[in-house]
Design a protein around this ligand. Structure first.
Ligand code: OAD
Length: 231
């Protein structure tokens, strides 16, 4: 099977009712990113950081995968699909996609503040001050905060370099290193960008914009990819 690599961002989960970050009404309009999503924030106001992610988790438990997530999972019938996501939700997993790399962590997981290898599934939505790892240290959200390294990026680059087709869905491509992945797409590989709004991309000779929401856009992507396969 040909390899389809898909880079997703918060826009793919918008139709599931989860907010994006930088749009009007987005999360970073409501919150100052450095006050809730940085190591400095954790030092200065752990309660606020915990509350922010508890709220996100609570909303996620009520959300369901939408046709965008489901359409990508369905594409596994025709392609070897790898999803690289900046999202911390588990909607790709719940839609049935099998190969998902989370660049920015996972909302449903928490980890030790002393040993990053001690990672746990959180039961329910609430992580509290005083919740501790097995070594007796406070647990934190398993999220990559601003200013922290992105450990999965090397693996992501490897995957992108193997793509036969590449798609970008629902990301403004402004946060690095994730946004830089597009530079590793071989020049002969077609790139499809699905987003209802214009997205600034680096130059690539083979790029097509599908200016639609993910729910509709993934259906169109499927048609275009299958047409190429059958050429
Ligand atoms: P942004 O909020 O920057 O971009 C969301 C994109 O989704 C925009 O281009 C929207 O036009 C698009 N969009 C909106 N509705 C859509 C829909 N129904 N279908 C498809 N696209 C839609 O969010 P991200 O690019 O995901 O990181 O942000 C990247 C990172 O910045 C996040 O992972 C997060 C944030 O700070 C961390 O917290 C570390």
């Amino acid at each position: 099977m040909k390899k389809l690599v898909v880079l997703t961002g918060s826009g793919i989960s918008a139709e599931s009712g989860l907010k994006t970050f930088r749009e009007m009404g987005g999360l970073w309009e409501e919150y100052d990113v450095m006050e809730v999503a940085s190591p400095e924030a954790w030092e200065a106001n752990m309660e606020l950081v915990l509350r922010f992610y508890n709220e996100r988790r609570k909303q996620l438990l009520q959300a369901e995968p939408n046709p965008g997530h489901l359409g990508l999972s369905d594409l596994e019938k025709h392609f070897d699909v790898d999803i690289i996501t900046q999202n911390v939700d588990d909607l790709h997993e719940r839609a049935g996609s099998t190969k998902i790399l989370h660049l920015h962590g996972e909302l449903k997981k928490v980890r030790s503040t002393v040993d990053p290898n001690l990672i746990y599934e959180l039961d329910g939505w609430e992580l509290k001050a005083g919740d501790k790892c097995e070594k007796g240290f406070q647990l934190r959200p398993h999220i990559v905060w601003f200013g922290e390294p992105v450990p999965a990026i090397e693996k992501a680059v490897e995957i992108v370099q193997q793509a036969d087709f590449f798609a970008v869905i629902g990301t403004s491509l402004v946060v690095y290193p994730a946004a830089g992945l597009i530079h590793y797409v071989p020049s002969s590989v077609p790139i499809y960008v699905i987003d209802p709004n214009p997205v600034q991309t680096p130059y690539h000779k083979n790029i097509e914009f599908i200016q639609q929401k993910a729910g509709v856009g993934v259906g169109l992507l499927k048609e275009k990819l299958l047409a190429r396969l059958n050429k």
